[in-house]
Design a protein around this ligand. Sequence first.
Ligand SMILES: [Zn+2]
Ligand SMILES: [Zn+2]
Length: 150
Amino acid sequence: MGSGIELKCPKCSFHKEYYLGSGMLLPETYAEVVSKIKDCEYGSEWRDYFKTHAGAAVDVDKEVYHCPLCNAIVEDFNLDLYNTINGAPIIDNYFDPGIDHRGYKFVKHYAHLCPICDGPMEKTNKDSQKSLPCPRCGTTLICSPSFIWD
Ligand SMILES: [Zn+2]
Ligand SMILES: [Zn+2]
């Protein structure tokens, strides 16, 4: 089971559910994201880091991002970059920074860009999710938790 949030506009018809975290599909999700990195889908810097570091690891938790320029709200993988401290390949073929940071060091935040206006997006948290403006009309959205079965 994964959890998420539901954002609803009290004024217009905007209504959307967003996944958060990684749920039960972590190993599959992890493999999928790493193969996208190797295909350069998240930029050459991430691809090259994975090419040159055997211990490269990436945070695949789902987060909700907000664009302060155009108010777009999207869910995406966190994609922050980590490496094992001793440079050895990661154990179990996946990495969950929410559970275990031991043996890993943080390398770099992934810069999420807005799919609409290309501006830099901000990661939301439990607090900021309560007062996001509607992407369509700007009214403050109503945020409620939602639970999604994998
Ligand atoms: Zn609205
Ligand atoms: Zn934008």
